[in-house]
Design a protein around this ligand. Structure first.
Ligand code: PLP
Length: 372
């Protein structure tokens, strides 16, 4: 046996903990978590309460059976990109497909955000944005909404220009407030601010408005979409980004190869093919149910509903704490989201529109509480 010979001494005289090795900004972050509860009625994640229609599932399973599972998926999912381009009304080389839109949010920020890069948000909004910006070392410039929770676009534009931000990120409809941004406001922002304007359209199917039309005119506009909400595919993780081909080339560099498995690819393709017949009627039913809930809330003392353009709504609890509302509904096996930890929302909870029967049970649960 050869004797080990120490040629160069090496030894550190510090004693760092794991915490010392983590970026201070990351240490300070609260993780994005959700306590799992199994309930009869689940209205806490803005999912489609109707499962994916059988006709889609059958066709997807058929395509899977025909495919060789031993082979990698396509390096570039050209077919899905073309399907999505036609569906959205944009060019195929301006489409990037991700493992959920969260992955694309991460990829987009990875290629833009370095230490100290400012990014403008308007909180309360989707928490993944702050988490990613700060993990990458960037600075969140937060412009709170107006008292009615609508976006303060003048202040957002002013802050974006003043800080020379890399991007302004707006969700329309916004999660968790349900508010949208107007086309005039987005146009003005794109005309006067020279960074990226990212519009997260995770719920556009429910609001009758989208910004794809502006992509040809404004190459600094980015639109993000997901199959997790209206498209009834949260379990399969598919999202897509629409933007200038020049930008897509750069964002693509941060993406891991084969990020999307062919099961999810096939499911997204078939969901788009059958959207009009299988999914759109469900979306329309959910919008009708949202209107019914709005009316029902007018007769429900103790709760103030915030009008929403999405498939979820924010409610201000006037006589109880959001935690009490959460616990009381949980006792009825109904799960909602207590959003009282979000900025400005100490008195609010959020629920998503369920099936008609689920919405009836939810309203009954709240009525019970308001009589107490
Ligand atoms: C739910 C949601 C998403 C979806 O993320 P996926 O990773 O596609 O499931 C994206 N943005 C917002 C604002 C959302 O609420």
């Amino acid at each position: 046996m050869r004797k080990a010979v120490l040629t160069q001494p090496f030894r550190q005289f510090t004693m760092r903990t794991i915490q010392d090795l983590i970026k201070p900004k990351v240490r300070k972050l609260a993780p994005y978590t959700l306590t799992p509860h199994r309930t009869r009625i689940k209205l806490n994640q803005n999912e489609n309460p109707f499962d994916m229609p059988e006709s889609v599932k059958t066709e997807v399973l058929h395509r899977l059976a025909e495919r060789e599972w031993s082979r990698y998926p396509d390096f570039i999912p050209v077919q899905l990109q073309e399907t999505l381009a036609r569906f959205a009304g944009w060019r195929a080389d301006g489409v990037l497909v991700g493992n959920g839109s969260n992955e694309l949010i991460q990829n987009l920020l990875m290629v833009m955000v370095a230490e100290g890069t400012p990014v403008v948000l308007s909180e309360p909004t989707f928490t993944v944005y702050r988490l990613m910006v700060e993990t990458l070392g960037g600075e969140v410039v937060n412009i709170p909404p107006r008292a009615d929770l609508s976006y303060d676009l003048a202040a957002i534009g002013e802050a974006a220009c003043r800080t020379n931000a890399a991007a302004v990120i707006l969700c329309s409809p916004n999660n968790p407030t349900g508010v949208t941004v107007s086309e005039a406001d987005v146009r003005r922002l794109l005309a006067e601010f020279d960074g990226l304007v990212v519009v997260d359209e995770a719920y556009y199917e429910f609001c009758g408005q989208n910004f794809v039309r502006l992509l040809a005119e404004f190459p600094r506009l980015v639109v993000l979409r997901t199959f997790s909400k209206a498209m009834a595919m949260a379990g399969l993780r598919v999202g897509y980004l629409l933007g200038a081909p020049e930008l897509v080339i750069e964002v693509n560099k941060a993406k891991l190869p084969y990020n999307l498995n062919f099961f999810s690819m096939a499911a997204a393709t078939v969901a788009v093919e059958q959207y009009e017949t299988a999914l759109k009627p469900l979306v329309e039913l959910l919008i009708a149910e949202r209107h019914r809930l709005e009316t029902a809330f007018q007769e429900l003392p103790g709760f103030r509903l915030v009008p929403s353009a999405a498939n979820f709504m924010l409610v201000e609890a006037l006589r109880h704490t959001p935690k009490e509302v959460f616990e009381s509904l949980l006792a009825e096996s109904i799960l909602i989201r207590d959003v009282s930890r979000y900025p400005l929302l100490e008195r609010y909870f959020r629920f998503n529109v369920g099936t008609p029967a689920e919405n009836d049970a939810f309203l009954a649960g709240l009525r019970l509480l308001s009589e107490r």
